[in-house]
Design a protein. Structure first.
Length: 209
C-alpha cells in the first residue's frame, strides 16, 4: 500500500488532508509531520539557507518513514520543499491550483493572509503561465488582518473575513486564488464566484502517479 507523507506547518491541516486522502485515495496510507517553526521563522526572516536545511531534514524524515510521495502543505516553503526534494517525489500544495488558475483566465487575483506567501504564490503563477505559453496579470490582494483569527483558533471568523474580502474584489479578476491551504474552507462561503483552492487538487495530483 503506497504512503503519502505530508509536511505541515499547522496542526489543523492534519485532519483536512487525512480526510481528503481517505476520500480521493483510499488505497493510500498517510504520515503527517508538523513543524510550525518553519513558517514562523520564514515569516520573520524569509526562507533562509538555514530554514531550507531544516525543510530538507523534514523531507528526509518523511522519506525514512516510508513516504512514496510527499506533499508540502505550506505555500511559503513550498518552492523550497520542491528544490530540496533530492531523489524524492515532492509536490508543493499550490502547484495544481496555479496551473488551473492560469488555464481559467488572464487576470488572477491572489488572496493571502500571510505576507510571506504572496511572492512565492505569484512566482509560481508566473512560472505556470510561462510553461503554458500564456500571459497573465496578477492582482495581489493581501488579507493580512484575518490571520490573527486563525492563530487564535477562531476559524469561522477567519473564513468569514476572507470571504468578505473576496466578494469585494472578485469583480476585478477572471479567477481568484486562495493562496494558502488554511484558507480553503472560505470557498464554501463563495458559491458562484470563480475561486480556486489548493488542498483537493494537490492530493489528487500527488496520489495519481
Amino acid at each position: 500500500m503506497p504512503t503519502i507523507g505530508f509536511l505541515h506547518t499547522a496542526d489543523v491541516h492534519v485532519a483536512t488532508f487525512e480526510g481528503l486522502t481517505a476520500e480521493l485515495a483510499p488505497g493510500w496510507t498517510t504520515h503527517h509531520l508538523v513543524d510550525a517553526s518553519l513558517l514562523a521563522d520564514a515569516r520573520v526572516n524569509g526562507v533562509t539557507p538555514e530554514i531550507a536545511a531544516r525543510v530538507r531534514d523534514r523531507l528526509a524524515e518523511l522519506g525514512s518513514a516510508g513516504a512514496d510521495v510527499i506533499l508540502c502543505t505550506c505555500s511559503t516553503i513550498g518552492e523550497t520543499a520542491e528544490d530540496e526534494s533530492e531523489s524524492r517525489r515532492v509536490l508543493r500544495v499550490d502547484r495544481p491550483m496555479a496551473e488551473a488558475a492560469v488555464a481559467a483566465g488572464h487576470r488572477i487575483a491572489v488572496v493571502a493572509t500571510v505576507a510571506s506567501t504572496m511572492e512565492p504564490t505569484m512566482a509560481l503563477l508566473r512560472e505556470s503561465a510561462a510553461h503554458a505559453g500564456t500571459t497573465i496579470t496578477l492582482i495581489p490582494e493581501p488579507c493580512l488582518s484575518s490571520w490573527r483569527h486563525f492563530e487564535s483558533g477562531d476559524h469561522d471568523r477567519y473564513f468569514d473575513e476572507i470571504a468578505d474580502h473576496v466578494r469585494a474584489i472578485a469583480g476585478t479578476a477572471d479567477v481568484v486564488v486562495l493562496a494558502q491551504a488554511s484558507m480553503s474552507p472560505a470557498a464554501d462561503r463563495l458559491t458562484g464566484l470563480p475561486v480556486l483552492t489548493s488542498p483537493r487538487t494537490a492530493v489528487a495530483r500527488a496520489t495519481a502517479g
